[in-house]
Design a protein around this ligand. Structure first.
Ligand code: GLY
Ligand code: MN
Ligand code: MN
Length: 407
């Protein structure tokens, strides 16, 4: 739980940065039609939520600063019996006034006219959203607690997937096992659509179809994480359908795992994300040369982007209220930000080899592997928040429901 006082502190920090004689306006997320008259479940806009903890649609925020004095307005939808009968209870103005420390709480109908009136007096501070993004970079203790809770639920889900008897089941059945755990444990939603990609499907980075039968002897890449009280987790594990890694799978898996561990160990304040990226590329490329996947000098291969054929994405991203957290990677001078205590980022190296790639030794074709953990930067080092989720070959094989090999 994030306390009311923390939301207030965030608004105070935000208001400190607001330009004098200017204003900032925020709208809640829009409701979205799924089809005809059915809607997607509502989720508040992350910046709006960050400043308020208020989850209702049709709400607005206005902040003004005049002669260094600030004023904050929250607009909430009016309570109406008919609307509440269909869509549920609303907080309403009176209750919102009690629960949220805003200077003024008004009904949403008043938003447009007040905005119009204020716009005649104040300019809009164009840095307002960016200032919130910057604040979101560093997580508070309460935020880290929620991220940990999300990761803990996700851990149970991945372990259930590892133990599940998978041969001849479908990818969507495995997805159901995972998402059952999310819901069962109070996670309202996944933080992003689960990727359950068996065999060659793992080589499609954003494979979300999840509709193929799981074949004995294949691997499955599962990139799935729940959202808990608006905070994300983002975890990938790659596991064997039959409970045992084949020799070729072991060889590639060991490269990715070794790289992942080494990169995580590099994390501490003042390190740059691009340093992690460069080191990942070097280590993966060297590993792939050893296995005959790439041929030549690693520096030359990297210079010519040859490694990108097999590792085409970044080493990781900020994570928080959004899985790809809306926080900057560069400062206002376009200089890269260095890691700082309180940042949370993913580390996710991978190797992806299409089944049709004739340039690669046959035994590796059709294998896609990614391993992804969520890391908190600490005062002098890091904490792997997802370290309890099985990832060594031995731990995964031991946890698998049964050992049935086709080797
Ligand atoms: N699950 C999306 C990502 O790993 O970035
Ligand atoms: Mn990720
Ligand atoms: Mn992921």
């Amino acid at each position: 739980m994030i306390k009311k006082s923390e939301y207030k502190q965030r608004r105070d920090r935000f208001l400190k940065k607001l330009k004098n004689n200017s204003m900032a306006i925020f709208s809640s997320a829009k409701t979205k039609t799924r089809s005809n008259d059915t809607e997607y479940p509502y989720r508040q806009d992350s910046n709006f939520y960050y400043l308020t903890g208020f989850k209702e649609d049709n709400s607005y925020l206005i902040f003004i600063k005049e002669n260094q004095k600030t004023k904050s307005f929250l607009f909430v939808k009016k309570k109406e019996a008919k609307d509440e009968l269909w869509h549920g209870k609303r907080l309403g103005r009176q209750e919102a006034k009690k629960r949220f420390s805003f200077d003024k709480v008004l009904i949403s109908k008043k938003f447009k006219s007040l905005k119009k009136e204020l716009k005649t007096k104040f300019k809009i501070d164009e840095n307002a959203s960016h200032n919130i993004s910057k604040m979101r970079l560093i997580k508070s203790k309460a935020e880290i607690k929620l991220i940990k809770k999300a990761i803990n639920i996700t851990k149970i889900a991945h372990h259930r997937a590892i133990r599940f008897d998978k041969i001849d089941k479908n990818e969507y059945e495995l997805q159901a096992e995972i998402e059952y755990v999310f819901k069962k444990n109070g996670s309202y939603s996944d933080a992003y659509t689960s990727i359950v990609a068996s065999g060659d499907n793992a080589n499609t980075l954003h494979y979300i179809e999840n509709k193929q039968v799981l074949v004995d002897g294949d691997l499955i890449l599962i990139d799935a994480g729940c959202e808990y009280e608006y905070y994300a987790s983002d975890i990938t594990r790659t596991i064997p359908v039959n409970g045992r890694f084949s020799q070729a799978q072991k060889e590639l898996y060991s490269i990715v795992l070794d790289v992942e561990k080494k990169i995580i160990k590099m994390i501490k304040p003042n390190v740059k994300r691009t340093t992690l990226q460069k080191n990942t590329e070097i280590l993966l490329t060297k590993g792939m040369i050893e296995k005959g996947i790439l041929k030549g000098n690693y520096k030359k291969l990297i210079k010519n982007n040859k490694h990108k054929k097999y590792y085409p994405h970044g080493i990781g991203h900020w994570m928080g209220l959004d899985v790809h957290d809306d926080a900057p990677y560069k400062d206002k001078n376009n200089k890269e930000l260095k890691l700082q205590k309180g940042m949370v980022l993913t580390i996710e190296p991978g190797i992806y080899i299409s089944k049709d790639d004739k340039t690669v030794p046959k035994k590796f074709r059709g294998i896609g592997i990614r391993i992804e953990d969520d890391i908190l930067v600490t005062k002098n080092s890091y904490k792997n928040l997802s370290s309890k989720i099985a990832k060594s070959i031995n731990d995964i094989e031991t946890m698998c429901y049964k050992y049935k090999t086709n080797q």
